[in-house]
Write a protein that binds this ligand. Structure first.
Ligand code: HEM
Length: 220
């Protein structure tokens, strides 16, 4: 008897598990969440996310009617406005003029834009890697940031991690996984999407590496 096929949501999670651990335990993340870095490191990280999410959310407009990526583009996920509120709080007026993308951030945003322009399946990989992560581990990051740097609970500084439009994240994630399982592409394309997810994790890890170089522990 044939064994039932592994659902795509399981496949993509399993395939990226090792890289998830690598990202989670990167020096920068560990130092930042271990309370060993100042709020400036957190602000710099948030600023980098702003560049990445602008690229991701340009995709929302461009791919709204796409049969593969379209179903994932739910407005309650969008983060750009929240990042802008956090950065105004963290950096003060005029932060936009002073914001600069690290080389790894440029490369990450450019890869997302490339997918927006020419590969909806690849965009789904980037969408999954960020938003499902934000709904999961992001909640741990929020709690730590509130405690470490004294932000108001779910207030300015950590709004990026607060999904006002999603009252039940566990249920939302279940729905998201159903969308992944119903992805209307063949097995070869699914494999390519998994590979792009690994690339997305690698882009995040590269960003953490550069942030780690900018905020070495000895200078904290
Ligand atoms: C210290 C940092 C992090 C912590 C503590 C963390 C923690 C977690 C936890 C506990 C889950 C499981 C949630 C569940 O089973 O529902 C999860 C899922 C996830 N995380 Fe992270 N994470 C971190 C960093 C990251 C990063 C940097 C990324 C990628 C950019 C990421 C992407 C994901 C994704 C895509 C999932 C969903 C897996 C799935 O269910 O398909 N995480 N994270």
């Amino acid at each position: 008897m044939d064994t039932p096929p592994v659902p795509f949501s399981t496949l993509i999670r399993t395939a990226s598990h090792e890289q998830h651990t690598e990202a989670e335990t990167s020096t920068f993340m560990s130092d930042m969440l271990g309370g060993r870095l100042g709020v400036e490191a957190y602000a710099r990280y948030t600023e980098q996310l702003w560049f990445v999410y602008r690229a991701l959310e340009e995709g929302v407009t461009a791919l709204a009617d796409d049969p593969v990526a379209g179903p994932f583009l739910q407005p309650e996920l969008e983060r750009t406005a929240e990042l802008e509120r956090d950065l105004a709080h963290l950096r003060g007026e005029g932060w936009q003029q002073r914001a600069t993308a690290l080389p790894a951030t440029e490369a990450y945003a450019e890869r997302v834009r490339e997918c927006v322009r020419s590969w909806p399946g690849g965009f789904v990989a980037h969408h999954y890697t960020r938003y499902l992560g934000d709904l999961s581990g992001g909640q741990i990051i929020r709690g730590t940031a509130e405690k470490t740097w004294g932000f108001a609970r779910k207030g300015d500084g950590v709004r990026f991690y607060v999904f006002e439009g999603i009252s039940n994240p566990a249920a939302f994630k279940r729905g998201y996984r159903e969308l992944l399982d119903a992805l209307p592409v063949d097995d070869l394309e699914k494999q390519r999407v998994v590979d792009e997810c690994k690339r997305a994790f690698a882009l995040n890890t590269a960003l953490f590496r550069e942030l780690g170089q900018e905020f070495p522990l000895s200078a904290a």
